[in-house]
Design a protein around this ligand. Structure first.
Ligand code: PAF
Length: 282
Protein backbone atom coordinates (compact mmCIF):
# COMPACT_ATOMS: atom_id res chain seq x y z
CA UNK A 1 0.00 0.00 0.00
CA UNK A 2 1.18 3.51 -0.80
CA UNK A 3 0.50 6.34 1.61
CA UNK A 4 0.01 9.46 -0.46
CA UNK A 5 -0.27 13.00 0.91
CA UNK A 6 -0.72 15.14 -2.19
CA UNK A 7 -3.35 15.33 -4.90
CA UNK A 8 -0.66 15.48 -7.59
CA UNK A 9 0.97 12.23 -6.48
CA UNK A 10 -2.34 10.42 -6.18
CA UNK A 11 -3.61 11.59 -9.56
CA UNK A 12 -0.35 10.65 -11.31
CA UNK A 13 -0.52 7.12 -9.90
CA UNK A 14 -4.23 6.72 -10.63
CA UNK A 15 -4.15 8.02 -14.19
CA UNK A 16 -1.41 5.52 -15.08
CA UNK A 17 -3.52 2.69 -13.66
CA UNK A 18 -6.70 3.92 -15.28
CA UNK A 19 -4.89 3.99 -18.63
CA UNK A 20 -4.40 0.24 -18.14
CA UNK A 21 -8.18 -0.10 -17.83
CA UNK A 22 -8.25 -0.54 -14.05
CA UNK A 23 -11.37 0.39 -12.09
CA UNK A 24 -11.06 2.58 -9.03
CA UNK A 25 -13.11 2.43 -5.82
CA UNK A 26 -13.07 5.09 -3.11
CA UNK A 27 -13.92 4.92 0.58
CA UNK A 28 -13.91 8.41 2.10
CA UNK A 29 -13.21 8.30 5.86
CA UNK A 30 -12.17 10.56 8.69
CA UNK A 31 -9.90 7.88 10.11
CA UNK A 32 -10.21 6.33 13.60
CA UNK A 33 -11.08 3.27 11.59
CA UNK A 34 -13.03 0.34 13.03
CA UNK A 35 -14.69 -2.82 11.72
CA UNK A 36 -17.52 -0.74 10.25
CA UNK A 37 -15.05 1.04 7.98
CA UNK A 38 -13.28 -2.26 7.33
CA UNK A 39 -16.52 -3.69 5.91
CA UNK A 40 -16.72 -0.79 3.41
CA UNK A 41 -13.03 -1.10 2.59
CA UNK A 42 -13.17 -4.87 2.05
CA UNK A 43 -16.13 -4.46 -0.27
CA UNK A 44 -14.31 -1.72 -2.16
CA UNK A 45 -11.23 -3.94 -2.51
CA UNK A 46 -13.37 -6.86 -3.72
CA UNK A 47 -15.34 -4.85 -6.29
CA UNK A 48 -12.60 -2.68 -7.83
CA UNK A 49 -9.12 -3.23 -9.26
CA UNK A 50 -7.73 -0.37 -7.18
CA UNK A 51 -9.04 0.69 -3.77
CA UNK A 52 -8.36 4.22 -2.53
CA UNK A 53 -9.22 5.17 1.05
CA UNK A 54 -9.03 8.79 2.13
CA UNK A 55 -8.23 9.57 5.75
CA UNK A 56 -9.06 13.20 6.39
CA UNK A 57 -10.73 14.84 9.37
CA UNK A 58 -12.72 17.41 7.44
CA UNK A 59 -12.91 20.66 9.43
CA UNK A 60 -15.76 22.14 7.39
CA UNK A 61 -18.29 19.54 8.53
CA UNK A 62 -17.79 20.20 12.25
CA UNK A 63 -20.12 22.86 13.54
CA UNK A 64 -18.73 22.26 17.04
CA UNK A 65 -15.04 23.17 17.44
CA UNK A 66 -14.75 21.02 20.53
CA UNK A 67 -16.00 17.99 18.57
CA UNK A 68 -13.37 18.65 15.85
CA UNK A 69 -10.58 18.89 18.43
CA UNK A 70 -11.73 15.76 20.25
CA UNK A 71 -12.19 13.71 17.09
CA UNK A 72 -9.85 10.70 17.48
CA UNK A 73 -6.80 10.70 15.18
CA UNK A 74 -5.08 7.34 14.76
CA UNK A 75 -3.43 7.52 11.32
CA UNK A 76 -0.74 4.87 11.95
CA UNK A 77 -3.23 2.28 13.15
CA UNK A 78 -5.58 3.29 10.32
CA UNK A 79 -2.89 2.66 7.71
CA UNK A 80 -2.11 -0.77 9.20
CA UNK A 81 -5.78 -1.73 8.97
CA UNK A 82 -6.02 -0.46 5.38
CA UNK A 83 -2.91 -2.33 4.32
CA UNK A 84 -4.26 -5.55 5.84
CA UNK A 85 -7.50 -5.06 3.89
CA UNK A 86 -5.63 -4.89 0.56
CA UNK A 87 -5.97 -1.17 -0.13
CA UNK A 88 -3.71 0.19 -2.88
CA UNK A 89 -3.62 3.87 -1.78
CA UNK A 90 -4.24 5.56 1.54
CA UNK A 91 -4.79 9.23 0.71
CA UNK A 92 -3.88 11.27 3.80
CA UNK A 93 -3.91 14.94 2.79
CA UNK A 94 -3.34 17.99 4.98
CA UNK A 95 -6.10 20.55 5.49
CA UNK A 96 -4.15 22.97 3.22
CA UNK A 97 -3.99 20.36 0.47
CA UNK A 98 -7.78 20.00 0.40
CA UNK A 99 -8.61 23.62 1.23
CA UNK A 100 -5.81 25.83 -0.19
CA UNK A 101 -8.42 28.57 0.08
CA UNK A 102 -11.73 28.63 1.96
CA UNK A 103 -14.42 26.64 0.21
CA UNK A 104 -17.24 29.09 -0.46
CA UNK A 105 -19.42 26.64 -2.38
CA UNK A 106 -22.82 26.09 -0.88
CA UNK A 107 -24.56 22.75 -1.18
CA UNK A 108 -28.22 22.56 -0.33
CA UNK A 109 -30.56 19.63 -0.93
CA UNK A 110 -33.84 20.44 0.75
CA UNK A 111 -35.82 18.81 2.15
CA UNK A 112 -33.22 16.05 2.69
CA UNK A 113 -30.77 18.29 4.55
CA UNK A 114 -33.18 20.46 6.52
CA UNK A 115 -34.33 17.72 8.93
CA UNK A 116 -32.64 15.71 11.70
CA UNK A 117 -28.83 16.15 11.54
CA UNK A 118 -29.37 19.11 9.18
CA UNK A 119 -31.51 20.80 11.82
CA UNK A 120 -29.26 20.05 14.79
CA UNK A 121 -25.89 20.47 13.06
CA UNK A 122 -26.27 23.52 10.79
CA UNK A 123 -23.65 23.56 8.04
CA UNK A 124 -22.68 19.93 8.64
CA UNK A 125 -23.93 18.51 5.36
CA UNK A 126 -22.61 21.50 3.44
CA UNK A 127 -19.15 20.59 4.76
CA UNK A 128 -19.66 16.91 3.97
CA UNK A 129 -20.66 17.75 0.39
CA UNK A 130 -17.71 20.13 0.04
CA UNK A 131 -15.16 17.48 0.93
CA UNK A 132 -16.89 14.55 -0.77
CA UNK A 133 -17.29 16.48 -4.04
CA UNK A 134 -13.59 17.43 -3.89
CA UNK A 135 -12.64 13.78 -3.27
CA UNK A 136 -14.80 12.68 -6.20
CA UNK A 137 -13.09 15.28 -8.42
CA UNK A 138 -9.61 14.25 -7.24
CA UNK A 139 -10.02 10.46 -7.34
CA UNK A 140 -12.66 10.14 -10.09
CA UNK A 141 -13.74 6.76 -8.71
CA UNK A 142 -15.99 4.33 -10.52
CA UNK A 143 -17.63 3.47 -7.20
CA UNK A 144 -17.72 5.15 -3.79
CA UNK A 145 -18.71 3.45 -0.53
CA UNK A 146 -20.60 4.93 2.42
CA UNK A 147 -22.08 3.40 5.56
CA UNK A 148 -25.82 3.31 6.25
CA UNK A 149 -25.11 4.31 9.83
CA UNK A 150 -25.01 7.90 8.55
CA UNK A 151 -28.31 7.29 6.84
CA UNK A 152 -29.05 10.94 6.08
CA UNK A 153 -25.51 11.56 4.80
CA UNK A 154 -25.87 8.67 2.36
CA UNK A 155 -29.21 10.02 1.05
CA UNK A 156 -27.73 13.53 0.61
CA UNK A 157 -24.62 12.24 -1.16
CA UNK A 158 -26.79 10.20 -3.53
CA UNK A 159 -28.77 13.36 -4.28
CA UNK A 160 -25.59 15.42 -4.80
CA UNK A 161 -24.27 12.79 -7.22
CA UNK A 162 -27.58 12.79 -9.08
CA UNK A 163 -27.80 16.57 -9.35
CA UNK A 164 -24.10 17.13 -10.17
CA UNK A 165 -24.04 14.12 -12.51
CA UNK A 166 -20.88 12.60 -11.04
CA UNK A 167 -20.19 9.56 -13.25
CA UNK A 168 -19.90 7.06 -10.41
CA UNK A 169 -21.94 4.58 -8.45
CA UNK A 170 -22.70 5.12 -4.77
CA UNK A 171 -22.75 1.91 -2.73
CA UNK A 172 -24.46 2.00 0.67
CA UNK A 173 -23.25 -0.61 3.15
CA UNK A 174 -25.16 -1.94 6.20
CA UNK A 175 -24.42 -0.84 9.78
CA UNK A 176 -21.86 -3.00 11.58
CA UNK A 177 -22.64 -3.61 15.26
CA UNK A 178 -20.75 -4.90 18.28
CA UNK A 179 -21.86 -8.37 19.37
CA UNK A 180 -24.19 -6.73 21.92
CA UNK A 181 -25.78 -4.41 19.33
CA UNK A 182 -24.01 -1.07 19.74
CA UNK A 183 -23.45 0.47 16.30
CA UNK A 184 -19.73 0.85 15.61
CA UNK A 185 -18.59 4.47 15.63
CA UNK A 186 -15.26 6.24 15.95
CA UNK A 187 -16.89 8.17 18.78
CA UNK A 188 -17.34 4.97 20.84
CA UNK A 189 -13.64 5.30 21.71
CA UNK A 190 -14.57 8.33 23.81
CA UNK A 191 -17.05 6.43 26.02
CA UNK A 192 -16.01 5.47 29.55
CA UNK A 193 -16.70 1.85 30.50
CA UNK A 194 -19.81 2.98 32.39
CA UNK A 195 -21.03 5.00 29.39
CA UNK A 196 -20.34 2.05 27.09
CA UNK A 197 -22.90 0.05 29.11
CA UNK A 198 -25.38 2.95 29.10
CA UNK A 199 -25.01 3.47 25.35
CA UNK A 200 -26.23 -0.08 24.75
CA UNK A 201 -29.77 1.12 25.49
CA UNK A 202 -29.78 2.98 22.16
CA UNK A 203 -29.62 -0.07 19.91
CA UNK A 204 -31.61 -2.19 22.39
CA UNK A 205 -34.41 0.38 22.28
CA UNK A 206 -34.36 0.49 18.47
CA UNK A 207 -34.49 -3.32 18.24
CA UNK A 208 -37.36 -3.45 20.77
CA UNK A 209 -39.21 -0.75 18.83
CA UNK A 210 -39.23 -2.90 15.68
CA UNK A 211 -41.20 -5.54 17.61
CA UNK A 212 -43.40 -2.91 19.24
CA UNK A 213 -44.15 -1.31 15.87
CA UNK A 214 -45.76 -4.52 14.62
CA UNK A 215 -48.82 -3.84 16.78
CA UNK A 216 -48.63 -0.07 17.34
CA UNK A 217 -49.00 3.17 15.41
CA UNK A 218 -46.18 5.45 14.30
CA UNK A 219 -47.02 7.91 17.11
CA UNK A 220 -47.04 5.15 19.73
CA UNK A 221 -43.75 3.77 18.47
CA UNK A 222 -42.14 7.22 18.60
CA UNK A 223 -43.30 7.62 22.22
CA UNK A 224 -42.06 4.12 23.08
CA UNK A 225 -38.55 5.06 21.98
CA UNK A 226 -38.63 8.52 23.55
CA UNK A 227 -39.84 7.14 26.90
CA UNK A 228 -37.31 4.31 26.99
CA UNK A 229 -34.38 6.61 26.27
CA UNK A 230 -35.66 9.17 28.81
CA UNK A 231 -35.74 6.38 31.41
CA UNK A 232 -32.19 5.23 30.57
CA UNK A 233 -29.52 6.48 32.92
CA UNK A 234 -26.79 8.60 31.35
CA UNK A 235 -28.61 9.14 28.04
CA UNK A 236 -30.19 12.30 26.69
CA UNK A 237 -32.26 12.09 23.53
CA UNK A 238 -31.67 14.77 20.92
CA UNK A 239 -34.24 13.41 18.48
CA UNK A 240 -35.93 10.27 17.30
CA UNK A 241 -37.71 10.51 13.96
CA UNK A 242 -39.67 7.93 12.03
CA UNK A 243 -39.15 8.87 8.41
CA UNK A 244 -39.64 7.75 4.85
CA UNK A 245 -36.26 6.20 4.03
CA UNK A 246 -36.14 7.95 0.64
CA UNK A 247 -37.41 11.47 1.36
CA UNK A 248 -36.31 11.51 5.05
CA UNK A 249 -39.58 13.28 5.90
CA UNK A 250 -41.52 12.26 9.02
CA UNK A 251 -44.31 9.80 8.50
CA UNK A 252 -47.64 9.89 10.33
CA UNK A 253 -48.77 6.41 9.36
CA UNK A 254 -46.93 3.20 8.46
CA UNK A 255 -48.81 3.29 5.16
CA UNK A 256 -47.03 6.56 4.23
CA UNK A 257 -43.95 4.67 3.04
CA UNK A 258 -42.76 1.23 2.07
CA UNK A 259 -39.41 2.02 3.66
CA UNK A 260 -39.85 3.34 7.24
CA UNK A 261 -36.62 4.15 9.05
CA UNK A 262 -36.15 5.26 12.64
CA UNK A 263 -33.25 7.70 13.07
CA UNK A 264 -31.97 8.52 16.53
CA UNK A 265 -29.37 10.81 18.07
CA UNK A 266 -28.51 10.50 21.73
CA UNK A 267 -25.96 12.15 23.97
CA UNK A 268 -24.15 9.73 26.23
CA UNK A 269 -22.42 12.21 28.50
CA UNK A 270 -20.70 14.53 26.02
CA UNK A 271 -20.52 11.95 23.27
CA UNK A 272 -23.08 12.33 20.52
CA UNK A 273 -24.11 8.96 19.10
CA UNK A 274 -26.34 8.22 16.13
CA UNK A 275 -28.04 5.04 15.02
CA UNK A 276 -30.95 3.98 12.84
CA UNK A 277 -33.15 1.01 12.12
CA UNK A 278 -35.36 -0.12 9.25
CA UNK A 279 -38.95 -1.21 9.97
CA UNK A 280 -39.42 -2.90 6.61
CA UNK A 281 -40.08 -6.39 7.98
CA UNK A 282 -42.90 -5.12 10.21
O1 PAF B 1 -18.84 9.70 7.18
C1 PAF B 1 -17.74 10.27 7.34
O2 PAF B 1 -16.83 9.76 7.98
C2 PAF B 1 -17.53 11.66 6.74
O3 PAF B 1 -18.67 12.43 6.83
C3 PAF B 1 -17.01 11.61 5.29
C4 PAF B 1 -18.02 11.00 4.35
C5 PAF B 1 -15.71 10.83 5.24
C6 PAF B 1 -16.72 13.04 4.81
O4 PAF B 1 -15.76 13.67 5.59
Amino acid sequence: MEIVHTIKELQAALSALRAQGKTVGLVPTMGALHEGHASLVKRCVAENDIAVVSVFVNPTQFNDKNDLEKYPRTVDADCRLLEACGVAFAFVPSVEEIYPEPDTRHFSYPPLDTVMEGKYRPGHFNGVCQVVSKLFDIVKPDRAYFGEKDYQQLAIIREMVRQMRFPLEIIGCPIVREADGLALSSRNKRLTSEQRVQALQISQTLFASVDYAKTHTVGETRLFVEDRIAASEGLKLEYFELVDGNTLQSIADWKDTDCPVGCITVFCGEVRLIDNIKYKER
